[in-house]
Design a protein around this ligand. Structure first.
Ligand code: ACO
Length: 325
């Protein structure tokens, strides 16, 4: 019998501090940084984002999202035999946020590791977990995207600080004799490192270089639109499906215009696209599982629906996962 992996439950968590564009515009104005609700909405579709408090780390957000996913799946934490946390804003340089989360979940022994592919992190993590389940290395995996991007934002740079937010999303992925994940497609091209990065590092007890996010927005935009179409088509081809089979497109939530453009290229109407960027901003690796959980809990995504999950981010990295929910 063929062994597949299937999503058994989803969960998410947003820190309680919610800033509307008006709140952020007012805070930035105090530092002499000029922006507006109109500019942010028109260029990005973002209306609000959540920021974690100073004492809250990625593992804390991941813990809440994981608990919600475990509850939805009807799975006890003790049954989990693999934890992968996709994050670019880990609690510490080491150990991994996944091991910190494992301890917070009150479990021990199973493999736990972080996966760093920036905004593609969740589709990368889901692909790795799928492979580990299919080969029998794991039976029930927690796959999480968790980020505190507010920590790495330069609040004097209006071209980036209005775009991002904090949050976490999780799924329980379990072995099944029914598909599940149908096909995956991952890519990277390191020649684009410079257009989206946090170039600083820790060395000799000090931060060296700039530890805040830098982005060439227009270059990222152009690359993102092209690779999202390619990844979707490649994944559909691997699964022997077509765009007509997609019930819901759940893309990385960076900018509504990127999503509209991708949907147009795939000839999908926007009412088949899950959009949460308006309420969450760009939460990097957390954005896809946050959007998935919102869509499941609102009743949009139903059992049996075919979902195309797609990410693109720093590296450059990109990829897609096609699955039957
Ligand atoms: N408020 C007001 N004006 C602004 C702001 C702001 N917050 N930011 C920029 N502007 C101004 C610029 O200074 C510029 O003014 P000028 O014409 O006088 O020079 C003008 O607005 C236009 O700026 P552009 O950069 O050309 O704006 P654009 O339409 O390209 O939108 C944006 C910028 C939103 C960043 C867009 O390029 C984008 O979304 N890019 C993709 C970003 C993305 O997807 N990133 C995430 C990838 S995921 C990851 O891995 C983290």
């Amino acid at each position: 019998m063929t062994r597949y992996s299937r999503i058994a439950g989803t969960g998410s968590y947003l820190p309680p501090r919610r800033l509307t564009n008006a709140d952020l515009v007012a805070e930035l104005a105090l530092q002499g940084i000029e922006t507006s609700d109109d500019w942010i909405v028109e260029r990005t579709g973002i209306r609000a984002r959540h920021f974690a408090g100073p004492e809250v780390n990625a593992s804390d957000l991941a813990l809440q999202a994981a608990r919600h996913a475990l509850e939805a799946a009807g799975v006890a934490a003790a049954e989990i035999d693999l934890i992968i946390v996709a994050t670019s804003t880990p609690d510490m340089v080491f150990p991994s946020t996944a091991t910190i989360l494992q301890h917070k979940l009150g479990i021990a022994g199973c493999p736990a590791f972080d996966l760093q592919a920036v905004c593609s992190g969740f589709v990368y993590a889901l692909t790795v977990a799928d492979a580990m389940i299919k080969t029998g290395t794991a039976n029930k995996a927690l796959v999480i995207g968790a980020e505190v991007f507010s920590r790495i934002l330069d609040f004097t740079d209006r071209t980036t600080c209005v775009l991002f937010g904090d949050g976490a999303g999780a799924v329980v992925l379990e072995a099944s004799d029914m598909p599940g994940i149908l096909a995956t497609d991952l890519h990277a091209d390191g020649k684009h490192v410079g257009i989206l990065c946090v170039p600083g590092t820790v060395s000799g007890g000090k931060v060296t270089g700039d530890p805040l996010l830098k982005m060439d927005g227009q270059a990222v935009f152009k690359l993102a639109v092209g690779v999202l179409e390619d990844a979707a088509r490649a994944t559909l081809a691997k699964a022997g499906r077509t765009t007509d089979d997609i019930d819901w497109l759940i893309p990385h939530q960076a900018n509504i215009r990127i999503m509209q453009s991708t949907a147009r290229k795939l000839k999908l109407p926007m009412d088949k696209v899950i959009v949460t960027v308006d309420q969450h901003g760009n939460t990097s690796a957390a954005s896809i599982p946050l959007a998935l959980d919102a869509a499941v809990r609102s009743g949009k995504v139903k059992p049996g629906d075919t979902l195309m999950l797609e990410g693109v981010g720093g590296g450059f990295t990109w990829g897609a996962v096609l699955l039957d929910y």
